[in-house]
Ligand binder design. Structure first.
Ligand SMILES: [Zn+2]
Length: 113
């Protein structure tokens, strides 16, 4: 199996052969170039790490939901302080992840380059 990159829009296709037409921009098969081993490794590594970021992002969303329920429950100040802190940290980490993923996209770490 190989990776093929559309030279028009940077779409990455995985398979034994390039697609007849780019599903993203409609460019013909001739516009696809095979990625070399180094580029392929890079793409696979990036996909793994980006997947972890997304997983973490979703877990943090859950943390935020739990924290909000706790804040609303408002049992006592000690509990609310913990839920507020949890929410604050979850929001902060999610922003960090979003920023990191944006950098990846700009650097082409989503599978381009
Ligand atoms: Zn394309």
């Amino acid at each position: 199996m190989k990776l093929f990159k559309c030279e028009v829009c940077n779409y990455i296709h995985t398979g034994d052969d390039a697609p007849d037409k780019c599903p993203k921009c409609g460019a013909p098969k001739e516009k696809f170039a095979v990625l070399n081993e180094e580029a392929t490794t890079k793409v696979v590594r990036s996909e793994f790490s980006n997947g972890l970021h997304m997983e973490l992002y979703n877990v943090l969303q859950e943390v935020e939901d739990i924290a909000e329920a706790g804040i609303e429950d408002d049992l006592d100040p000690g509990c609310v302080a913990i839920f507020n802190k949890a929410k604050e940290q979850a929001v902060f980490l999610r922003k960090m992840i979003a920023a990191e993923l944006e950098i990846h996209m700009k650097k082409g770490k989503w599978g381009v380059e």
